[in-house]
Ligand binder design. Structure first.
Ligand SMILES: [Zn+2]
Ligand SMILES: [Zn+2]
Length: 258
């Protein structure tokens, strides 16, 4: 009996000591590297956005399309017009906030401005918005970019997001399966029809890794969803090679593109 009490007391003391050490390290870390706003680098109390940037973000919540996640003004519909007309190859899509001038500026820093430190926070928001979808998946795959573009940009922002999502969830990260096999012109500024044509046939699966897709539920990670043309083309290829389900996760999404 005494032994049991002793062991309980010891572990309580240890927990207390570890808590004190952890709090001290955290305070020291905050003192040396105070947290800054993910967007404007203003000092903040906790990691994330400063109050000013927080106010400007248009977070996406229900109601939204059951498949592509497009936000609705009313909850009268289950599916948006686009999904009603033609069901996409992916089964679901979740985006954290709307793609407008403010979030576009923020994500451009992440995509082209070497602000790779943003990946951790952006992925944390995706994880919060789509925890259920991520936990039931088998594999996380980033939307690839052509290798020449990767050399020029030095990194692929979708890979950084996918890696962080894997760290948060413990779900396997696998960037080798999906490949951008054809260099395409920038999707930005193109109409819906032209975007579809532009990405058609531009993605492929590496034969050596295609077996990893068989019977798997896939998370496809990207920074922005515009018309969904890229996500749709990737999903088509992934399903053709055995994936049973594809859920697209992005930081932001455009409401609608004609
Ligand atoms: Zn800010
Ligand atoms: Zn939809």
């Amino acid at each position: 009996m005494n032994t049991v009490n002793f062991s309980i007391n010891m572990s309580t003391a240890e927990i207390f000591l570890f808590d004190r050490i952890r709090n001290f390290i955290s305070a020291l870390n905050n003192f040396c590297f105070p947290p800054v706003c993910c967007n404007c680098k203003e000092f903040v109390d906790t990691e994330g956005l400063c109050p000013e940037c927080w106010k400007k973000i248009k977070w996406i919540s229900d109601p939204k399309c059951r498949i592509c996640g497009a936000p609705f003004e009313t909850d009268a519909n289950l599916l948006c017009l686009s999904c009603l007309r033609k069901k996409p190859h992916f089964d679901g899509a979740v985006a954290v906030f709307r793609y407008d001038d403010f979030s576009k500026n923020m994500l451009l820093k992440f995509k082209h401005g070497d602000a790779t430190y943003m990946a951790r926070q952006l992925a944390a928001w995706i994880y919060r918005a789509a925890e259920t979808e991520i936990k039931k998946s088998d594999i996380i795959i980033p939307v690839p970019i052509h290798f020449l573009k990767r050399i020029k940009r030095k990194y692929n922002q979708s890979e950084l997001l996918a890696m962080e999502l894997s760290k948060l969830s413990g779900v396997l990260y696998e960037p080798r399966i999906l490949r951008k096999i054809k260099s395409t012109v920038q999707q930005e500024g193109l109409s819906r029809k032209k975007r579809l044509k532009n990405v058609k046939g531009s993605f492929g699966v590496q034969a050596a890794y295609s077996h990893l897709l068989e019977g798997k539920k896939v998370i496809l990670a990207d920074d922005v969803m515009t018309t969904g043309a890229t996500a749709n083309e990737c999903s088509k290829v992934l399903k053709k090679h055995g994936a049973t389900e594809v859920t697209v996760l992005t930081v932001a999404r455009v409401d609608f593109v004609a």
